[in-house]
Write a protein that binds this ligand. Structure first.
Ligand code: KIV
Ligand code: ZN
Length: 387
């Protein structure tokens, strides 16, 4: 039985690019879009064309270049937005318009000053209007995470009837717990007519650090598309991270899901986005952080040197990282020091090692991380001399 294929919808160039200080010019966006295409994303959302002439231009340029991924543009449930989005993606080989409206009581009553009935009508009208331009229309129910399930099912069903090919269920405020988000998707699967003929999409924000977990809960309960960003960037605390979502599905064979992502490009993709957006990646970030495959405690180093799998669940090569690293600090043990000595070309006896190790600890306490240069100096002395 083949794995269930999950669509990866990358929104680095839309939700990610909304982050203050992360704005890109057209050339930078094109470079990232090309890299996303090579990475193998199924869909890339590349802008909100009504928002500015620059964004419109970038979406238009990317749409005319990208061939292998669907190119998607965002709009509100407003005719002018949709017209402009349609014009921006007109040259795309596979164009998609993403349109929708807030569906939680807070959005309907406080933001839109409207009613549930009118919001449903606007959602349906937006989908129908977008269908005049493209076949592939994705409907989003903004703040679905805090929308009552019965009403959510009603508007999603109406959007499907109006022609939506994908229904996006955003946890816009990152409020849901994984099982609550999963139950929401299950509820829609069980209560919406026509749902089996469309893709259900997750779009989870990270306000409580649950964006990736919620996306996976969504998929386990029937969603077939994950919206995510490189390095998890996005509004406020960000979106579900692409690299985490993809690697969870890949590593958990028991779930029987897969994506079309070339995981060997994940590390370089992360570096590209980080440098273009001037947004450093936290060292302990899963999959792509500088410490994701670095081992510093003596117990862990001893284990990894004997067998990588003792402390690593991912082969670093799988995500484009050359090798695991053994970081030498005052918490490192003799096994790690011996391992590094061999790598640097020094053949050290067990007796000599004891002397070197005591010296090494002094250097480590002083310098925090001991570099190869320090070790070359250390091993070039005799054990007796250094003791
Ligand atoms: O978070 C959200 O709800 C969104 C929608 C516009 C899809 O970004
Ligand atoms: Zn969002």
């Amino acid at each position: 039985m083949p794995n269930k294929r999950i669509q990866i919808f990358d929104t680095t160039l839309r939700d990610g690019e909304q982050v203050p200080g992360c704005q890109l010019n057209t050339n930078e966006k094109i470079e990232i879009a090309r890299a996303l295409e090579s990475l193998g994303v199924d869909v890339m959302e590349v802008g909100f064309p009504i928002s500015s002439p620059g964004d419109f231009h970038s979406v238009q340029q990317i749409a005319s270049i990208i061939k292998d991924s669907t190119v998607c543009a965002l709009s509100r449930a407003v005719e002018k937005d949709i017209e402009v989005a349609a014009e921006a993606v007109a040259k795309a080989k596979r164009p998609r318009i993403h349109t929708g409206i807030g569906t939680s009581d807070s959005h309907i009553f406080d933001k839109l000053k409207s009613t549930r009935e009118k919001v449903l009508e606007r959602g349906v009208a937006a989908v129908k209007f977008a269908k005049k331009y493209v076949e592939d229309v994705e409907f989003y129910a903004e703040d679905a995470g805090r929308t009552e399930n019965e009403y959510l099912a009603k508007i999603v069903e109406a959007a499907i009837k109006a022609g939506a090919t994908v229904v996006n269920i955003p946890d816009t405020t990152g409020y849901c717990l994984p099982w609550q988000y999963g139950e929401k998707i299950k509820y829609l699967k069980e209560n919406v007519k026509g749902i089996d003929n469309v893709h259900i999409s997750t779009h989870c924000h990270n306000d409580l650090g649950l964006a990736t977990a919620n996306s996976i809960a969504g998929v386990v309960n029937g969603a077939t598309q994950i919206e995510c960003t490189i390095n998890g960037i996005g509004e406020r605390a960000g979106n579900a991270s692409l690299e985490e979502s993809v690697m969870i599905l890949r590593q958990h064979k028991d779930l029987d899901f897969d994506t079309g992502i070339n995981t060997k490009l994940l590390k370089s993709m992360s570096e590209l986005v980080s440098s273009k957006m001037r947004m450093p990646v936290q060292p302990n970030k899963a999959i792509v952080g500088a410490n994701a495959f670095a081992h510093s405690s003596g117990i862990h180093q001893d284990g990894v040197i004997k067998s990588r799998e003792t402390y690593e669940i991912i082969d670093p090569h799988e995500v484009g990282v050359n090798e695991s690293s053994i970081v030498l600090t005052a918490r490192s043990g003799r096994a790690a020091l011996n391992f590094r000595a061999k790598k640097l070309g020094f053949d050290v006896t067990r007796e000599e090692m004891e002397g070197y190790y005591q010296n090494f600890l002094q250097i480590a306490d002083e310098k925090k991380v001991v570099q190869d240069q320090d070790l070359i100096v250390l091993f070039s002395k005799t054990a007796a001399h250094s003791a």
